[in-house]
Design a protein around this ligand. Structure first.
Ligand code: FE2
Length: 403
């Protein structure tokens, strides 16, 4: 279905006809906007999925241990001094269809240090898997994207990969990865990483969506960027009436590509009595960046129980959230008791319901966090939970003195 993201190695079809895209998206029920984009515009930027997410971190070795131990990622590939890379170390982790790259600079003059000093740990690269990285670069830069780097070919004994890159909000970038002529573990320059420490998976399967926090009055600029430069459509919008508490507010628009595999909601702060979570993020990240990575599971109770047992910390809603919940969201397949015990949130839209839960920030600065989501037909993002959730975040902000 629309949320399913395939990894390169499991890909069989490289290009999708409009008919395929329409059926993948169940587009008949999608908003007219998206239907128009998919049917009307030539699909100038076909995206096959999320290729990898790269985080710049202070200590990649220890971060890799955390993501393996706490989140159940598996060792995949490595680059560093032992592979002839002199200025950085990168660990590549995978869990089902998700690949995380954790990179730390090794030398004082490496510009990655500037990124770390300014932002702390955070997402640098959202890599997108394409059939033609040269064309992706050409189509996006001619529509106004700023170049990060021009198309380049990397080779090793397993074949070649073509990459190109464009700049996004803040210091974040998209890298287009064309790997149809590559058979290696990850990318040229990386060697397979065999570890004797292999914690089991927590049932996390693929990236459902990734959310950006942008500055005051910048949301529409980036909506326009994704529409015009990337061929995405704005499929959902929330204003400060939808997302506000007594103290703070934000606005959000959800951008989706034509086949529905890639979804990027974009948040902007809105005026409230006190500082919103987006403002807090912007202060501590020193600018715009990725706020959260939503990862999907088929069994959220099992996944969340497992993550909690491994030390992942989650936001807590008050138990009153569960009073009358089934009257609000209607019948669900799951027992309510374990959901309430774990603090899992439920919301419904026209097409079904979803279960979701948010971690606390996974680094010391109150910046990036994860969302665990299980979709039971719903294609939305949990609007009905926003208020309870933001009040939970505000309690955290209060304890940090940043509300
Ligand atoms: Fe989300």
């Amino acid at each position: 279905m629309g949320d399913h993201v395939e990894t390169p190695k499991k890909c069989r079809t490289l290009l999708y006809s409009k008919k395929q895209i329409l059926s993948t998206m169940a587009i008949e029920s999608a908003t007219p906007d998206l239907k128009k984009i998919v049917e009307g515009a030539a699909d100038f930027l076909p995206l096959l999925g999320t290729d990898y997410i790269e985080l710049y971190v202070g200590n990649a070795k220890q971060s890799a241990h955390y993501y393996k131990t706490a989140f159940g990622f598996q060792s995949l590939a490595y680059a560093g001094l032992e592979t002839g890379v002199k200025d950085r170390t990168s660990y590549v982790l995978e869990q089902d269809k998700i690949r995380l790259v954790l990179t730390t600079p090794l030398t004082q003059d490496n510009p990655i240090n500037d990124h770390l000093r300014k932002h702390g740990d955070g997402v640098k690269v959202i890599a997108l898997w394409v059939d033609d990285a040269r064309k992706a670069y050409e189509e996006t830069t001619k529509r106004g994207a700023e170049s990060y780097f021009e198309p380049m070919v990397e080779k090793d004994a397993d074949g070649e990969v073509v990459k190109s890159g464009i700049k996004l909000y803040g210091d974040t970038v998209h890298i287009f990865v064309e790997r149809k002529n590559y058979k290696g573990t990850f990318l040229p320059g990386f060697k397979a990483w065999k570890s004797t420490y292999n914690p089991t998976s927590t049932g996390i399967k693929y990236v459902d969506h990734m959310v950006a926090n942008v500055d005051w009055n910048q949301m529409n600029k980036w909506v326009k960027f994704y529409e015009e430069v990337m061929g995405f459509a704005n499929v959902l919008s929330f204003d400060d009436k939808d997302i506000s508490t007594e103290y703070s507010a934000l606005m959000s628009k959800v951008m989706s590509n034509g086949n529905g595999r890639i979804k990027f909601p974009i948040n902007e702060p809105a005026k409230g009595k006190k500082k919103s979570q987006v403002e807090e993020y912007l202060d501590f990240y020193n600018g715009e960046g990725v706020q959260h990575i939503a990862v999907a599971t088929d069994d959220i109770v099992k996944t969340v129980r497992d993550l909690m047992a491994r030390g992942v910390e989650f936001l807590k809603v008050p138990s009153s959230y569960y009073e009358g919940l089934l009257d609000r969201v209607g019948p669900i397949d799951e027992d309510l008791e374990p959901l309430a015990e774990l603090g899992i949130l439920i919301d419904r839209d026209d097409e079904g319901y979803l279960l979701q839960l948010f971690t606390k920030p996974v680094e010391d600065r109150p910046t990036m966090f994860f969302e665990i989501i299980q979709r039971k037909g719903a294609k939305s993002f949990g609007k009905g939970n926003f208020k309870a959730l933001f009040e939970a975040i505000e309690r955290e902000q209060e304890s940090r003195g940043t509300l």
